[in-house]
Design a binder for this molecule. Structure first.
Ligand code: SF4
Length: 329
């Protein structure tokens, strides 16, 4: 469909480094995520940092498609494995602790959940999604010791929600942490050779194109392994919902989102795999979701525009390692 646009050696599929290719390279075959839903909260909701949460956060956070947390970790994994394994012919899996801040637990409790996950066959990785202020050296070393004891072949990885590197925006959306905590979490994880994913929202109110560029630069400088982009969606019951209804919060047009994603990818290191260009969100109870289009249509629109411009991830990745000295090379 878009082949008329292709005039370089870079194909439609190769405009950015896809997560599926990254996983295939790492594990030698296709690997699928099995979501796990824990009864956890978040320090930005339970009163430790605040009670309102981030201004975009709905009650169910990221796990709207998950199995109920009333099921044990093992039950959730086995159920999802049976379904996904049959549907896709999958043989290797990642236990993906997705919802809220999964490491925001007493250490022993967290270890018991991970231990349960490690008892499931065919796992190649445990991925823990959390806030960057909910990880410590003590937690990392204890998790690593557990994995080494129970299933040394399984890898451990972390997903940290950053959303934006813009200090002012983080403050305005009530994140309860700033860029400093994210840098600390990445450096701690890297010290133990763990893989890191960063979450970003490229259209938070207050951010502009320059922030999309700076997001890419900071992630590239830190050497994270993968990134997930999300477009902001407005969920009923959130602070953003109220502001949206009152006309105080305006969403950027889709064309501007496309611009920001392309800019972000152009500045992003080609070594960083991209898990998604925008997320899926539940439409019920939402005031705004992905400009009323399906995520894959927007995805294809972005890639088609990259093809039209003959651009690709990493095209402007020239700024590290003494950029000002390049003239003397
Ligand atoms: S850190 Fe995550 S779970 Fe906590 S309030 Fe923000 S979006 Fe919600």
């Amino acid at each position: 469909m878009y082949s008329k646009y292709i005039s370089t050696g870079v194909t439609f599929m190769e405009r950015y480094y896809r997560y599926a290719d990254y996983l295939k390279k790492k594990h030698g075959e296709k690997v699928y995520k099995l979501p796990v839903n824990l009864r956890v909260s978040c320090p930005n909701r339970d009163g430790t940092l605040g009670r309102d949460g981030c201004h975009f956060c709905g009650e169910e956070a990221a796990g709207f498609e998950n199995l109920p947390a009333a099921l044990s970790v093992r039950q959730q994994l086995e159920k999802n494995k049976a379904y996904i394994g049959k549907r896709y012919g999958a043989k290797k899996f990642i236990a993906y602790f997705q919802n809220f801040s999964n490491t925001y637990l007493p250490l022993e409790e967290l270890l018991s959940y991970v231990k349960e996950a490690l008892s499931v066959e065919d796992l190649v990785e445990i991925a823990l999604s959390t806030r960057p202020d909910c990880i410590s050296e003590e937690y990392i070393t204890a998790l690593l010791a557990l994995v080494a004891e129970k299933r040394p072949s399984v890898r451990l990885s972390f997903e940290y929600g950053l959303q934006t590197v813009n200090y002012h925006t983080l403050h305005k959306v009530n994140r309860g942490h700033t860029l400093g905590e994210f840098i600390n979490a990445v450096l701690l994880s890297k010290k133990y050779n763990l893989e890191v994913t960063a979450h970003l929202i490229l259209n938070l109110p207050g951010d502009e194109r320059a922030d999309a560029v700076e997001n890419a630069k900071v992630l590239s400088a830190l050497g994270v392994d993968t990134v997930k982009l999300h477009a902001l969606y407005i969920r009923e019951g959130t602070v953003f919902a109220r502001k949206y209804k009152e006309g105080e919060l305006k969403m950027i047009p889709l064309a501007e989102y496309v611009e920001r994603v392309i800019l972000f990818l152009e500045y992003l290191s080609p070594e960083i795999a991209v898990q998604r260009l925008l997320g899926r969100a539940p439409e019920t109870g939402a005031l705004f979701v992905n400009w009323d289009r399906s995520w894959w249509k927007i995805h294809d629109l972005i890639v088609a525009e990259m093809v039209r411009r003959n651009t690709f991830q990493g095209r402007r990745f020239t700024y590290l390692n003494g950029k000002a000295l390049h003239r003397f090379a």
